[in-house]
Design a binder for this molecule. Structure first.
Ligand code: PLP
Length: 414
């Protein structure tokens, strides 16, 4: 350990939005700048344990451990490295988060994508895939159950229970990657699947987001961790979408034997996550208190709900008859199927960009990225609402041009 008297930064004050101030005193700053434990800055870990208990109330069937990670990506990366030997089978919802695909590629996993519907992984397909997986050991199923990236789908409680029970039957671990947990748009009279035919019913979108222990959101489905009566869930949380991604702080909640291995991995590779961001977060959470924390999450969720509504309205105005889509139940994204276009790579990477619109082609979310995909992913998280109409109008132009190209190719080939 270096001598703290050599540290050049003495103290700091941060001003929060609600004009609260947090003061990192010289004593705390000395801790924030010093080496710490691989499992995380202990007072912060204790706070996260308390939060997990309040929000998820995991069944008391095994000892669990909370470990601080450098964003949830770090946790996922360690879990893949720890659990997968080359050739081991891994099941995951498809389309899926591309970061996971990159990690699975690194460890040479055998990929078994499971098609998803408007509620996430389809249980019957999961079962078929597991029955067919006789020649190799399936290690885990990866789910991104709330506001899924890229589809915006929220897995409802019955589906979660069904997936959990299949995992139990086939003795699979469940990797629950849930960075959009607090960004769920539960609505009265929820009409969640829309298409050109169904039209839009935007009225009465009231978010049911009330404080109700042990769950944060009334009527929000329980997390897999809350359902984990057998100690088979590895849960990945992140402050990236709800506080600030640049802090690079996430945490995993896992059965203790797995936690111990993760801590060793951290010790061997990075010693520990940066302490200063953990100290800042700890002070912010302490200042907010539990109710303040929930209030912040409600405000974050409300902002994204408004962003979603404005974008969905623009999509409905300009993309009717060009695309089909599902109104997202959470997260940052709208997943659109472009009609009459077999693959959206040119549309996304060329035509859209030329018009100044950035969307992601669907193939990027598939296990085999060379496969054609008629889908694109839009993000409503960061775009200024004043620009949404213009952006979607330009996208409509790009889509029409691409559809025309497909039509003329078809005509010339016949
Ligand atoms: C589903 C999903 N998992 C994990 C991550 C990584 O988040 P973090 O910033 O916590 O590493 C993202 C980021 O976009 C994501 O969408």
């Amino acid at each position: 350990m270096p001598n703290p008297s050599t540290f050049p930064v003495l103290e700091a004050t941060f001003t929060l939005k609600e004009s609260h101030r947090i003061n990192i005193t010289p004593q705390l700053m000395a801790q924030a700048l010093q080496y710490s434990l691989s499992s995380g800055f202990p007072p912060f870990v204790a706070q996260l344990e308390e939060l997990t208990e309040k929000i998820h109330a995991p069944p008391d069937v095994c000892e669990r451990q909370v470990v601080v990670t450098v964003g949830s990506e770090h946790g996922l990366s360690m879990a893949c490295g720890m659990l997968i030997n080359p050739g081991d089978a891994v099941l995951f919802q498809e389309p899926t988060y591309p970061g996971l695909l990159a990690l699975l590629d690194n460890v040479q996993a055998h990929l078994i994508p499971i098609r998803s519907d408007s509620q996430g992984v389809i249980p019957s397909l999961l079962r078929v895939a597991l029955d067919q997986c006789t020649d190799r050991r399936a290690k885990f199923i990866y789910v991104n159950p709330s506001g899924s990236n890229p589809t915006g789908v929220l897995m409802r409680e019955a589906r979660r229970r069904e997936i959990y029970s299949i995992a139990s039957e086939y003795d699979l671990l469940i990797l629950e990657d849930d960075p959009y947990h607090y960004i769920q748009f539960m609505e009265e009279n929820s009409v969640s699947v829309r298409s050109r035919e169904a039209g839009l019913r935007m009225t009465n979108r009231r978010l049911k987001y009330r404080h109700h222990e042990p769950q944060l959101l009334q009527e929000v489905p329980p997390s897999f961790l809350s359902l984990d009566t057998e100690g088979r869930v590895l849960r990945f949380d992140s402050f990236s979408k709800t506080v600030a991604p640049g802090l690079r702080v996430g945490y995993v909640t896992v059965p203790k034997p797995i936690g111990e291995k993760l801590v060793l991995d951290i010790l061997d590779n990075i010693l520990h996550a940066s302490v200063l961001p953990q100290v800042i977060l700890r002070e912010v959470l302490k200042t907010w208190g539990h109710e303040g924390y929930l209030q912040h999450m409600r405000a974050v969720c409300e902002l994204y709900r408004r962003q979603r509504d404005i974008m969905v309205e623009a999509v409905d105005r300009h993309l009717n008859n060009l695309c089909e889509w599902t109104v997202p139940d959470g997260g940052f994204y709208i997943w659109l199927k472009v009609l009459g276009v077999k693959d959206t790579k040119t549309l996304a990477m060329k035509r859209g960009l030329e018009k100044g619109v950035l969307v992601v082609p669907g193939a990027g979310f598939l296990a085999d990225g060379n496969q054609p995909s008629p889908y694109i992913r839009l993000a409503y998280s960061v775009i200024n609402p004043d620009n949404m109409d213009k952006a979607i109008k330009l996208l409509a132009e790009a889509i029409r041009e691409e559809q025309e190209e497909y039509r003329s190719c078809k005509t010339s080939s016949t």
